[in-house]
Design a protein. Structure first.
Length: 202
């Protein structure tokens, strides 16, 4: 991505209905305009730093917009290895990472690219998706290819916008004490300072 100056536009999407809402009404979504791969990788790293088995991120948006770059930042932060090799799972559908790749303890991260799936119930069966989502940490690119998208997942949508990438991070389906909801709220409070400068500002 050609480096341009970044801007960050924040939106608050607190929801409630007659006091019966099950999720907190505090802001849970942010929209960002990122100008470089460096910032996209740092964004992934914010969430990778608190990765746990059972956590899921659904990555959607335009083809080639930076979903794998986000995932690379996530995995490098989770492992503590800034040079960790992370490749697109497009042809394999699922790349799995564990302690042999430098992840701590029993953490297992599945990075899935479902672009080539047909979108029927058999796809989830082939991937053993129910078990994988419950027992592992998952990065799911193209979740709309599934018959039913994972519930209680952080949503990250990445759209092309010229030389920039418009990113929506939505934690509204996560419980109030979930660390990724807290990280999203920190993005809302601190803005682009959390991502550091773009390539042209370093």
């Amino acid at each position: 991505m050609r480096a341009l100056r970044s801007s960050l536009r924040l939106i608050a999407l607190g929801k409630g209905a007659l006091g019966l809402a099950t999720k907190p009404s505090t802001p849970a979504a942010a929209q960002l305009s990122l100008a470089s791969e460096t910032q996209m990788e740092r964004l992934g790293g914010i969430f990778g730093a608190t990765a746990k088995n059972g956590f899921t991120i659904c990555l959607s948006g335009d083809l080639g917009a930076g979903k794998t770059v986000f995932s690379r930042g996530f995995l490098r932060a989770a492992s503590g290895d800034a040079r960790m090799r992370v490749t697109s799972p497009t042809y394999l559908l699922d790349n799995a990472y564990d302690s042999r790749d430098g992840l701590p303890g029993d953490l297992v991260v599945h990075h899935m690219d479902l672009y080539r799936l047909a979108g029927d119930v058999g796809d989830a069966y082939v991937l053993d998706l129910d078990r994988t989502l419950a027992e592992c940490c998952c990065l799911v690119e193209w979740p709309d290819r599934l018959e039913e998208e994972p519930a209680a997942a952080l949503g990250v949508e990445i759209r092309l916008d010229g030389a920039c990438r418009r990113v929506t991070v939505d934690a509204s389906s996560l419980d109030g004490d979930h660390p990724w909801r807290a990280a999203t709220e920190e993005l809302l409070r601190e803005g682009e300072a959390l991502l550091g400068p773009g390539d042209d500002e370093e």
